[in-house]
Design a protein around this ligand. Structure first.
Ligand code: SAH
Length: 339
């Protein structure tokens, strides 16, 4: 199975197939390719949800600026550093700082935070996911010590992108940011939601073609889950099967991609993480945010949230990864391999 050379028709067939045997064939092929490049290792990233303030107004997102119901918070530098320390003690070698596009995080403030983390943890990978910024900003962050940047392209189809974002947001700007990040030397992550409102199979084909063209180091693929008090609050959630098919196709198109089993998948199925690992995923991102932040970073409904100490959450995830037949690899930074 080599979707890299498939025609649009062939790809569309596997994007939409409901045939169990065909799906299993796809997942098995993705598993095999993942094993060739990464063995059975699963890399762990410690997620820190830094802020739910956002100047954007994405129609699907629970922390969009128009959602007056969102209970806003922002972690201070010391709190972020504490999360990193907890993560380091637990064995994490990668921190992912994610948040809304919060203007408080100016280049000066963010670079200062990054430099502090970099000084205390010289060997760790630092990943940022804070949306669209200028080239100058990305460059400053890179030199402050950021190694990776996650910025989902959200939809590879212009019309669809415009149907789920306000007019001031453009797919072309998103793509430009991604190419800039890659050129500056970041390990760069793109990605999209499955089952988003108004999404067609052709939109998903455009997503795969964009990944094929851009060749990101990482790809975040998760189902749309409705978020209360948003324009899409009453739209149905995406499906597990569609998400798994898209993850598997992504693994086959980009054999060395770092592919997380996304948290949103866990909202749709209890064993969403395990299923994703069996369809080619090789990364998990346990949450290191303080309890109050986990609760308020509600980009969609029913986001799994426990008051558990980070240690407990991590312990149960390690057991689940092992039970699914994989090898938790906490000790490695788990960098992207050269293409
Ligand atoms: N502001 C950052 C991080 C956004 S949150 C950025 O722009 O990159 C991370 C991801 O959550 C988004 O890229 C989006 O794909 C996803 N997301 C947001 N709302 C969602 C929803 N309702 N259902 C599923 N995923 C959602």
């Amino acid at each position: 199975m080599n979707p890299k050379i498939w025609s649009d028709e062939e790809l569309l067939h596997y994007i939409t197939t409901e045939d169990r045997a065909e799906m299993e064939e796809l997942f098995a092929a993705a598993r095999k390719v993942r094993k060739e490049h990464y063995g059975l290792d699963v890399y762990f990233r410690g997620l820190i949800e830094c802020t739910n303030y956002c100047k954007n107004d994405c129609y699907y997102c629970g922390i969009r600026r128009s959602n007056a119901g969102a209970n806003r918070y922002r972690l201070g530098s010391e709190e972020i550093l504490e999360c990193c320390r907890t993560g380091d003690t637990l064995g994490f070698r990668t921190f992912v700082l994610q948040g809304g596009e919060d203007p408080w995080f100016t280049d000066d403030r963010l670079c200062e935070i990054i430099r502090t983390i970099r000084t205390e943890f010289p060997d760790h990978a630092i990943t940022l996911s804070m949306g669209e910024r200028s080239r100058k900003s990305y460059k400053a962050l890179f030199y402050a010590g950021v190694n990776r940047y996650l910025l989902r392209h959200e939809s590879g189809d212009d019309t669809h992108y415009s149907a789920i974002h306000p007019p001031e947001m453009k797919l072309s700007s998103r793509k430009k940011c991604l190419y800039t990040l890659k050129e500056l030397g970041f390990q760069t992550g793109a990605g999209f939601m499955t089952g988003a409102p108004f999404q067609t199979a052709e939109c998903l084909l455009a997503d795969l073609r964009f990944l094929q063209e851009m060749e990101p180091h990482m790809a975040g693929i998760g189902p749309f889950v409705p978020a209360a008090h948003t324009p899409f609050a009453d739209h149905p959630a995406g499906s597990t099967d569609l998400t798994l098919r898209m993850a598997a196709l992504t693994r086959l198109i980009l054999p060395r991609v770092l592919l997380p089993a996304t948290t949103a998948l866990g909202v749709l199925s209890r064993d969403g993480m395990e299923q994703a690992l069996l369809a080619g995923a090789n990364v998990v991102m346990p949450n290191l945010s303080p309890g109050y932040a986990k609760k308020r970073y509600s980009i969609y409904n029913n986001k799994p949230y426990t008051d558990d100490e980070a240690a407990e959450g991590l312990h149960s995830m390690i057991l689940r990864v092992k039970a699914a037949g994989f090898v938790p690899n906490m000790g490695a930074r788990g960098d992207a391999k050269p293409a």
